[in-house]
Design a protein around this ligand. Structure first.
Ligand code: 5GP
Length: 227
């Protein structure tokens, strides 16, 4: 196992309009980073929207009633939450905080409003990296939303309407923007951003510094032994 990466509780945030390809990208990146020693837990959000075909409770989302969601908001159980496409979506503290504290790395697929809330929390921001995924064009976005056949015509129009506001958010506080016009290249870009962050965490830098000290001690030991 490579000594380059450590379980140091880093939070990765991936945002971008519906149809930008975030789900596929995150899945590929998780699969490809695992063998080199970076394990990313995918945070399962709560939502008030209804499950779509193939979605699994507790895996895709926790599907909850508006009352249940409100209760969680009132009890301060969300790390961040937002109105998205006329529904509510949120990341529960229970899903993320204990994992980060245990040193697990976590990835969130959330919209820009949620990403902003995390960026504005200094303690979370310090240990996180956010990335914005751009669709190659408005036409492609529309085509992808239609082809996946998950949304009604009305939902597609709402999502396309919101895409403009979302796309404008990229310049506010995102560290990297990746254009997803070629899935393989976009996957490499996202992996690269994650790897770069992992090489710069406090734990990684401390490990390097300890290693440099060991090098020096070994060298001094050799000199002392007359080698
Ligand atoms: P969908 O309904 O297509 O699954 O998701 C719609 C949008 O909601 C996506 O852009 C996704 O990033 C965002 N989203 C999903 N979970 C959360 C969450 O927990 N918080 C926020 N702020 N946005 C979320």
């Amino acid at each position: 196992m490579s000594s380059n990466f450590h379980s140091d509780g880093t939070l990765f945030i991936v945002s971008g309009p519906s149809g930008a390809g975030k789900t596929t990208l995150i899945q590929r990146v998780r699969e490809q980073l695992e063998p080199i020693g970076i394990s990313l837990y995918f945070s399962v959000s709560h939502t008030t929207r209804k499950p779509r075909g193939g979605e699994v409770e507790g895996k895709s989302y926790y599907f909850v009633s508006p009352d249940c969601f409100e209760g969680m908001v009132a009890r301060g159980e969300f790390l961040e939450w937002a109105h998205v496409h006329e529904q509510r979506y949120g990341t529960s503290k229970a899903e993320v905080v204990a994992r980060l504290d245990r040193g697990e790395d976590v990835v969130l697929d959330i919209d820009y409003q949620g990403a902003r809330q995390i960026a504005e929390d200094p303690r979370l921001n310090e240990r996180s990296l956010n990335v914005f995924i751009f669709p190659p064009s408005f036409d492609v976005l529309e085509q992808r939303l239609r082809e996946r056949r998950l949304n009604t015509e009305e939902e597609i129009r709402t999502r396309l309407g919101k895409a403009i506001a979302e796309i404008d958010a990229y310049k506010d506080f995102y560290r990297y923007v990746i254009i997803n016009d070629d899935l393989n290249v976009a996957t490499e870009c996202l992996k690269g951003a994650i790897i770069a962050k992992k090489l710069q965490t406090k734990t990684a830098l401390e490990a390097i510094s300890a290693m440099a000290e060991r090098f020096k001690e070994e060298q001094n030991g050799r000199i002392a032994r007359g080698h």
